[in-house]
Write a protein that binds this ligand. Structure first.
Ligand SMILES: O=P(O)(O)OC[C@H]1O[C@H](O)[C@H](O)[C@@H](O)[C@@H]1O
Length: 549
């Protein structure tokens, strides 16, 4: 037992029951599971809003699901879920509430943090964002020289970049096509250079997005962008006001940077960076898609929040996805999880999920401070199908590693594709075929029956039994995107709750930041860094030598 009186995960009877069940499950093949249970595909599916999830191609039986659900109950997943929605400070290491769900809750609701109902201020900011976005979109917000804004450059990193950048790509058909949107994150000057080199500063608006407004990459890029703007507009400081707005929780730092806090869009410390793109961090996205679509997206998020909060465990989609991940990560030694969207518009989706999942659950300390005794978050990776099929899917099909995967596809191709819509069936046939091949494989007998020479048979055999979830949605609309993201947010939540880690802090990113800060003067001015290890010192010397310093 730990300090809170919770039995440690690996000492829970449900944990042991699952380990035993895993042994008994052995190599039971999906072919067998489907043969024994004709109703499996229908039963192992769940509908949430516009999403249809097929989880029948998983190495589970009713017993597996029952045991996993019992584990969730004993691990306190539902208690922690309710505590999150009620604004309790479940981010214990930072002593903060975790209320991204409030960002998409209707105004009439009451959500309290430290006794204060936060709903009025959430909606005030949304109104301020809408007014601003509409002004820019309609050409009423003018640049310093009176020109209409044609380009919006979001400067931010991590949660202040990945969300809006991902959603902008996902919702391209809904964006103001006459405008250009760019996202700058990397402190490598090449990122900003390539983003602005063909832009007219007089027509360019920078949105500096940073929760803390202290992140070195963002501040460095924002300063460089300001210099670029001033150079382009004749050096008048007063030009900055019409071309720079900020999104932050830190008004003081925004003012210190030189952005008028009237042009600041606020959010709060109870919104984690990687959970923030439906806050003011989504301002660039709102300018791109307009307040109406942004609102539709929030409604999509809210729909899945309500599902997660109220659906029974058997029909609770985020819970199921979270539990399946626990089954593979903790009882099948799976180390990674592939997310494979069959949509070109979801090109940044997996990158976004990497932060969401790996920064949330890449932890090895229990909430009360003890090292965990079990595996936690997986490596999340993937790229859009069908490209991956011609690259790394080989390993998925015939490699030695078990890699559970999500296959995500849409029924309706995007309207503006016109005649190219005809290619959609082929795209989707590939998605379905991959799930089928991964699950059922191709036996030696089937290979032989094709007349393949005996020597070739082992090479051409597909073992199958590789689990996938298929997520089928109607179309990639703003609402559906919100539904999908909320689904993954809550999946990650479920897993963190089971592993008893704080999914809402990110101390693991701090050491590298501090060391970089100490090292920079050594690279630039040759300053001595006390106590530097020999490997790093030699690398720094080599770097300086080659740079001629
Ligand atoms: O929004 P900011 O305060 O600039 O932070 C940007 C990002 O940097 C940090 O290092 C964290 O790892 C991320 O969680 C965060 O999203």
């Amino acid at each position: 037992m730990n300090a809170e009186g919770r039995t440690r995960l690996d000492q829970m009877p449900e944990w042991h029951a699952l380990a035993k069940h895993r042994e008994e499950f052995g190599q039971t093949h999906l072919r067998r599971l489907f043969a024994d249970d004709p109703g499996r595909a229908e039963r192992y599916s769940v509908r949430v809003g516009d999403l249809y999830l097929d989880y029948s191609k998983h190495l589970v039986t009713d017993e597996t699901l029952r045991l996993l659900q019992q584990l969730a109950e004993s691990a306190g997943v539902f208690r922690l879920r309710d505590a999150m929605f009620e604004g309790e400070k479940i981010n214990i290491t930072e002593d903060r509430a975790v209320l991204h769900t409030a960002l998409r809750t209707p105004e009439s609701a009451t959500v309290r943090v430290d006794g204060e109902n936060v709903m009025p201020k959430v909606h005030q900011v949304l109104i301020k964002m809408s007014t601003f976005a509409t002004k820019v979109r309609e050409g009423h917000w003018r640049g310093h020289t009176g020109k209409r804004i044609k380009n919006v450059v979001n400067i931010g990193i991590g949660g202040s970049d990945l969300g809006p950048a991902m959603a902008y790509e996902a919702l391209r058909p809904y964006t103001a096509r006459e405008m250009d949107f760019r996202f700058v994150s990397n402190v490598d000057g090449a990122d900003l250079h390539e983003a602005v080199r063909d832009l007219d500063p007089a027509e360019t608006l920078f949105i500096v997005a940073s929760k803390t407004f202290t992140t070195i990459e963002t501040i460095t890029n924002a300063k460089a962008a300001r210099a670029w703007l001033l150079e382009g507009l004749g050096g008048e400081e007063s030009a900055v006001a019409a071309h720079f707005v900020a999104v932050s929780t830190n008004a003081e730092k925004v003012a210190e940077f030189g952005i008028n806090t009237d042009n600041m869009f606020e959010f709060w410390d109870w919104v984690g960076g990687r959970y923030s793109y439906d806050s003011a961090i989504g301002l660039s996205l709102m300018v791109a898609i307009g307040p109406q679509c942004f609102g539709d997206m929030l409604a999509g998020f809210h729909l899945v929040d309500e599902h997660f909060r109220t659906a029974s465990p058997e029909a609770n989609a985020p819970l199921l996805l979270g539990l399946l991940g626990v089954w593979y990560g903790n009882f099948h030694d799976a180390q990674s999880h592939a997310v494979l969207p069959y949509s070109h518009y979801l090109s940044r989706f997996t990158a976004y999920l990497q932060q969401l999942d790996m920064e949330s659950n890449g932890k090895s300390t229990e909430r009360e401070g003890r090292p965990v005794n079990w595996q936690t978050g997986p490596v999340v990776w993937g790229t859009p199908g069908t490209n991956g099929q011609h690259a790394y899917y080989q390993l998925l099909h015939q490699g030695t590693k078990m890699i559970p995967a999500d296959l995500i596809g849409f029924v309706e191709p995007v309207a503006e594709l016109g005649a190219l819509r005809d290619q959609h069936d082929l795209l989707m046939a590939n998605l379905f075929a991959q799930g089928q091949a991964l699950a059922f494989g191709k036996s030696e007998e089937e290979v032989r029956a094709e007349g393949v020479s005996e020597a070739q048979v082992p090479h051409r055999t597909f073992p199958g039994n590789r689990p996938t979830t298929t997520i089928l949605a109607t179309e990639l609309s703003p609402s559906v995107l919100g539904q999908l993201i909320a689904l993954y947010e809550h999946k990650v939540f479920v897993q963190g709750a089971i592993w008893n880690i704080d999914s809402f802090d990110q101390w693991g990113v701090e050491l590298g930041k501090a060391l970089a800060k100490r090292l920079e003067p050594a690279l630039t001015e040759g300053a001595e860094v006390a106590g530097l290890d020999r490997s790093t010192a030699t690398l720094v010397e080599r770097y300086r030598e080659l740079r001629g310093r």
